[in-house]
Design a binder for this molecule. Sequence first.
Ligand SMILES: Cc1cc2nc3c(=O)[nH]c(=O)nc-3n(C[C@H](O)[C@H](O)[C@H](O)COP(=O)(O)OP(=O)(O)OC[C@H]3O[C@@H](n4cnc5c(N)ncnc54)[C@H](O)[C@@H]3O)c2cc1C
Length: 381
Amino acid sequence: MTTSTPPRIAVIGAGPGGLTCARILQRAGIPVTVHEHDSAPDSRDQGGTLDMQRTTGQAALRAAGLLERFSAIARPEGQDMSTLDKHATVLAEHVAGPDEHDSPEIDRADLRALLLDSLDPGTVRFGETLDHVVPLGRGVHELRFRDGGTATTDLLIGADGAWSKVRSLVSPARPFYEGVMFIEIRFDDVDRKHPRIAELVGRGGMFAMQDEKALIAQRQARDRIRAYVAFRADQGWADGLDAATVRASLLAMFADWSPRLRALLTDCDDAFIPRPLHALPVPHVWNTRAGVTILGDAAHLMSPFSGLGANTAMLDGAELAQAVIGSADLFTALADYEAVMLPRAAANAADSHEALHSALTAGLPDLDHLADGDRATAASG
Ligand SMILES: Cc1cc2nc3c(=O)[nH]c(=O)nc-3n(C[C@H](O)[C@H](O)[C@H](O)COP(=O)(O)OP(=O)(O)OC[C@H]3O[C@@H](n4cnc5c(N)ncnc54)[C@H](O)[C@@H]3O)c2cc1C
């Protein structure tokens, strides 16, 4: 970038995509501010584990100068994956070798901490929720925050996730419900308190699927396991139900599954968190707008069956930052970034939609497809 006064750049959202973008800009000496809704880094549970793939998430971490630090805390053994049917018969198993680094796992909270620690203090302003944006012309925008604060930007980057407030500046698209419900369940202190669950899931992931239903479990750092119960349902399936009723309903739904697998439903904590899966229409495209763009889930929310959401959010963030650093003007940077990101996102989102629906329609996974290292992706996504 060749301007004498640095542009005023704001990133909305301190998820993996926004933080990667901010890190690379800041490392190149370009000032950036990140506005984040969460009141503090640890104000809410950051979710499960992510596999960082070599050509996407790891490539972004390399561009951010953080690959070594990532490798020091990542879990290569998390690439272990077993695929079972409802009788708990193992259909396929992958045991990660000591030198296998294609997609090691990292807890989402640890990834966020790694990225946050890499930024100058004060870069991320927690507790600043974007309410709406007022376009002032020529690519300049005024941000209005819920607490009454304002900021003016020459470049506004919407990394604010599925329900992005920035997205409406580039497109009218809204996420739709995929018709598939995930219920998240958890186990703490698994090796001591839940040895049979620890044995079932092993060092990595366990994916049991049949009859348009799935039980997907993954080991996290610090002796925890997080699992998802997946099935077709209305979006409001769990509305108003207490934990005992949800547990009983799930046990009835999985009545003919092996007791080894049903143990996931009987032994888990009382928190059953509904995560109805949403996606943006495919393809989601727009013409480049002056002074504003979006990345990650804001641009291409897709079902987690691709395992690509966080990975491509980070790649988007890295490529956008590199375009800003390398371009003569901001409009060219946005056009260059979107020319690569939009077709990639459309292809990934189409694959992800197809993977979700064929998995939950066809019953058993396509093991030929899953045998090539895609197993970890399919289950961790
Ligand atoms: C069950 C499940 C499992 C998944 N597993 C995987 C996986 O294994 N691998 C993978 O790659 N992906 C996975 N994903 C997808 C992945 O979680 C997302 O694609 C990824 O987090 C997107 O990153 P992001 O930075 O675009 O947005 P987010 O991570 O959603 O971050 C957005 C940030 O913006 C903030 N924000 C939102 N609105 C505002 C506002 N108005 N003002 C200020 N801040 C705001 C939010 O608080 C948040 O911190 C999974 C998703 C689900 C649901």
